[in-house]
Structures are given as C-alpha cells and as structure tokens.
Design a protein around this ligand. Structure first.
Ligand code: FE2
Length: 249
C-alpha cells in the first residue's frame, strides 16, 4: 500500500497540480487530504473540484470557516474566507457542480481511523483547531496528553510545519531525518506540511508518501509567481498572503 497524504492546500491551484503530478508519476494507491482545501488562496473552486476526486478528505478550520462563521481568524484570514465563500456561492453557470462542492465540504469528517493510523487536521485531541508546533516539545504535558489519545500513528496538518513528533518529546524536521523515517515504529505524530502555504522556510509544496516500510516527506517546486499574481489581483486577499508564499513563511 502506497499512499500520499497532503494537507493545507489553501486554494493554491498551482501547488496542488504540481503535487498531484508528482503523486501520479509515482503511482499511488490512494491520496488522503487532511483539510484546509480553501482559505487564503485564489482558486477555491478549482481546488475543491480536484480534491473531491481523491480517496479521503478531512475537515479543516478554513473549510469550516467557509461553511459557517469563521471563529478565531485574523482579520486577513477572515476577509479571505468571506471572499472564498462568495466564490463558492457565485453563479458560475454550473449549479450542479456548485451544489456538489457545498455538499462535499459539509460532509467532510473531522477524524478518520484506519488500523494504526488516525488522520486529523489539527490534533487527535482537538481535530479541527488545535495546533501542535515544534516548540511544543517544551510543553511536555501537552504532548503527553495528546499522545495518550493516539493508538500508534497520527497524521495531521494545520501548522504548515512538517515533521515528526515522538512520544519521548522530540521533534524531527524532514531535514533532520533526510526526509525519510522508517516504519513500523513507536507512537508518533506526523505533520505532513502544507501543499499551498508552507511555513518552514522552504517555499516548495510539501506532502508525505506513506508505505508499510517508511514515510517520506517530498518537496515539489511550483510556479509561485503565478499564484502570487493571482492573489495580488484580488483586493480581498491581503498582499501578505502572496508575499509569504515566496519565502515559505
Ligand atoms: Fe491551514
């Protein structure tokens, strides 16, 4: 079984297409998405249309924000999510597809368990909105409580910072493990990084390939300038949302 796990696309179509091409070139049995298909980026409809065809998707806080009232969003993120909702409500001449998108978003699960694997957007403790950052290795109580809820392997996104948390309170960035980590192993939490808005200083799209023997973090270049130009053309999207793509922050 060879599976790709992607997350935090954030309506970045160029990044998503580059990742899906990379996935297709390797011949994957399945592709799972851990949420935040929309929000921040310029192509929410197109990204939803592509993700709808994948094996499984989890609800992200931005997907939830587009469906209902956004909670705890910064003003820039809130403006982006209201613009996103407008894009999804706008008449684009295909009411059936439009209805399908809303139905798809509203039916996304918050958690998916499969054998030793749990898939969430934020954390197993609070699937929709808890952040687990690398710095949390200094908050042993927090990690201990989350790990107590993990059967074996938890896969998540949300922070846009890829890496592996081990139960003994360590964090490994992809660079620190040469992008690969062997399986089977002890309990761990894996952040698969972000396709459409990486924040670990590397602007390339990030995702994980999971097999029975290992997990591998992959980085895929995409035409960042093209996405930036699209964001700059939308007044409701803060220019910072474009600029940060270039630096991966
Ligand atoms: Fe996100």
């Amino acid at each position: 079984m060879k599976r790709a796990i992607i997350s935090d696309i954030h309506a970045n179509l160029e990044a998503l297409e580059a990742v899906l091409d990379d996935i297709a070139a390797q011949g994957m049995d399945d592709v799972y998405c851990l949420g935040d298909i929309v929000g921040y980026g310029p192509n929410p409809r197109e990204c939803i249309d592509r993700v709808m065809g994948l094996g499984l998707s989890i609800l992200g806080n931005h997907d939830q924000g587009a469906l209902y009232d956004p909670e705890g969003f910064s003003s820039g993120a809130e403006r982006a999510i209201f613009w996103t909702r407008d894009q999804l409500e706008m008449d684009c001449g295909d009411p059936a597809q439009q209805a399908k998108r809303w139905e798809f978003l509203s039916e996304l699960p918050r958690t998916h368990r499969e054998g030793p694997f749990t898939f969430v957007h934020g954390s197993v403790r609070n699937p929709l909105s808890e952040y687990v950052f690398p710095e949390d290795v200094h908050n042993f109580r927090k990690l201990e409580r989350i790990f107590a809820l993990i059967d074996r392997y938890a896969f998540q996104g949300h922070t846009h910072v890829p890496g592996i948390f081990t139960e003994d309170g360590r964090f490994f960035s992809p660079d620190e493990v040469a992008s690969r980590y062997p399986l089977p192993g002890n309990k761990m939490m894996v952040n698969v990084g972000s396709v459409g808005q990486p924040r670990d200083g590397d602007p390339r799209a990030c995702y994980v390939v999971l097999t029975d023997a290992q997990l591998e973090f992959r980085r895929v270049p995409y035409p960042v300038e093209k996405t930036m130009t699209k964001i700059h053309a939308v007044p409701e999207l803060d220019p910072f949302l474009a600029d940060r793509l270039q630096e991966g922050r």
